[in-house]
Design a protein. Sequence first.
Lengths: 291, 291
Amino acid sequence: MSDHWVSDELHNFYRISLRYQSVLLDEQTEFQHIRLFNTPFFGNVLLLDGVIQLTEVDNAAYHEMIAHIPMLAHPHPRRILIVGGGDGGALQQVLRHPSVEEVVVCELDRRVVEVCAEFFPAFGRPFDDSRAHLVIEDAFTYLQRVEATFDLIIADTTDPIGQAEKLFSAPFYALMRKALSPDGIIVTQCEQMYFDADLIKDMMDVARTLARCPAYYHTHVPTYPGGGIGFLYISDTPWQNGLGKPYPGPMTYLNPQIHQAAFALPEFLRRQLEAPAYDMRPVQEVYSGPA
Amino acid sequence: MSDHWVSDELHNFYRISLRYQSVLLDEQTEFQHIRLFNTPFFGNVLLLDGVIQLTEVDNAAYHEMIAHIPMLAHPHPRRILIVGGGDGGALQQVLRHPSVEEVVVCELDRRVVEVCAEFFPAFGRPFDDSRAHLVIEDAFTYLQRVEATFDLIIADTTDPIGQAEKLFSAPFYALMRKALSPDGIIVTQCEQMYFDADLIKDMMDVARTLARCPAYYHTHVPTYPGGGIGFLYISDTPWQNGLGKPYPGPMTYLNPQIHQAAFALPEFLRRQLEAPAYDMRPVQEVYSGPA
């Protein structure tokens, strides 16, 4: 076997390396350094600026959880905005829901879309769907100029360094909130509970000023630092409204137990976030309907 | 900052590396290569034969879950056997329960005990407790000769390579079962759901021949490969009996939501294990008492 390894460079105290067979692409775009590798275990792997973004083998744990948790919680999601997400993985999952009329994907770098369409065929070319609209633009600028409102905004962003740093800020969260319909939901990629607890706490505090039912949930992705990543759920519609709803088809990662379990926070994080533990009584007893 | 990195060598397609400041110990014992490093983020880190065993920062997620999940499920655990576990972390957690009369720790390598007593002071020297009995012996041999029965056996072992390979086998599981009291519980360290699903399936099939309520559960440990590790729960006493029981004190990782959530298996693993999803109704409705 080859002895080539590519390393995630997000942290200076911890790193994951993946053995690869070949370099599929190595390109500096206007915005970032895109690299693609073929690996023996994880299939094709995308790195942006030295940080692992997704692999063919474990991306379902990320994309199903960032997309279906809010899609199931919302009573009738018609118009969705995906910030970032040029790979198409979240878009693919959102489009499975028949209520969807339009999905805007606001991606900064067109090359991410082109490259992922070529190297992640399992996403099924979701940008070809007539309900999908690709906008190549900085999301901050887009949200400042757009008048539209969305039922769901998914911030499927890179990490808060460089160009994406401003997407982890109170002003950007406020921009998203302004573009949200009354019972709408925002879900943001919000980092690793062991490594980024302070950032998560800061973002949770921002979320609390924006909506009545903020919550943090997480998923198990072995190729992300620490083996997991979390999401901030921001809405006046409780996430529990999604429990028990029918799925739009078979899932790889999500099931009803995982749906609830994703919101169980280890005690050290629950304390730091000052988050209430969720009620373990059955959904019907606790939540009789949309808030 | 220093630019020294130590890597976990368990897998040939994936590796975690931790930056370290200094080597605290590097010693070849009769049984294995013991290394200890001081790291800026995770505190002291123990490696055995090139595989990360524990760190000061995240070991609670492992030790609380391997110890308290079965301790809470059992109606009155008095006699406990820990296979391996020479670091003392699981022993410390078990000893917090006032029902405990005796804990035998059967560890192969005395140096693990000595080294961890020195470099993991937060474990509080649990071998000094009068209820703790250290047996330096191969666990296979110990269980073949011992007549005693235990209410709980915790197999807190290294990975199934080299000396520990025989501990992941039907004969060893049968030996543990033979040494178990009627409503006793076995919990074994049982690897990573993404990387070792075939092994987990094999061990689950063995567990099904030994007890009525086998189950797989998992915990989030960022310094283990894939960021998580799982446990096989083997008993005629359902794990759900532990839900709602009072804790022996404050926890770092465990809480009631995490307790239940640990048994939520991602759909791909649930399918492979042919495991039933747990009932999400409240504990009192589903389980009126010990089976």
